[in-house]
Design a binder for this molecule. Structure first.
Ligand SMILES: [Zn+2]
Length: 143
């Protein structure tokens, strides 16, 4: 029987993990721009069933608009460490829109819904399945 090597992990993702500094920075950015929508990319790594967000990436020419946000795909470098995106929903809905699911970038999508707290934050995988959002302190995060 031949051996089959897979390039991508087959484990099903269950959670997105943020350090407290990064998630609180996102809440501040979303509050400062409310009622405009923010959009950033997430740089990070996959460990087992968890996605760890190491950094936020602000793509060139990103628009924080009323009822929309976005960036031009061609301005992005080819960067395999970009694992997903985060955007805000000033409306307060924590569910992804059809447009969100059609414009999925990476392997996870995080939505910060108004009033921009952990309780109003949600994450999804590419199939639209809900993922847990976990926050840990920075020392634990680097371990
Ligand atoms: Zn959305």
């Amino acid at each position: 029987m031949p051996l089959i090597f897979r390039r991508r992990p087959t484990a099903k993702l269950t959670e997105v993990v943020f350090s407290r500094e990064i998630i609180e920075g996102l809440f501040c950015l979303a509050k400062d721009n409310h009622p405009r929508e923010i959009f950033l990319l997430l740089r990070g790594r996959v460990r087992g069933c968890s996605v760890y967000v190491d950094e936020l990436v602000y793509p060139v020419n990103t628009i924080f608009g009323l009822g929309f946000s976005g960036f031009q795909l061609h301005t992005l470098p080819l960067d395999p460490s970009i694992i997903g995106s985060v955007h805000s929903h000033p409306s307060g809905s924590s569910s992804p829109s059809t447009q969100d699911l059609h414009n999925f970038y990476g392997i996870v999508m995080v939505i910060l819904a108004y009033p921009y707290t952990l309780a109003s934050t949600s994450a999804y995988d590419k199939s639209g399945n809900s993922l847990m959002v976990r926050v840990i302190n920075s020392l634990e995060f680097r371990a």
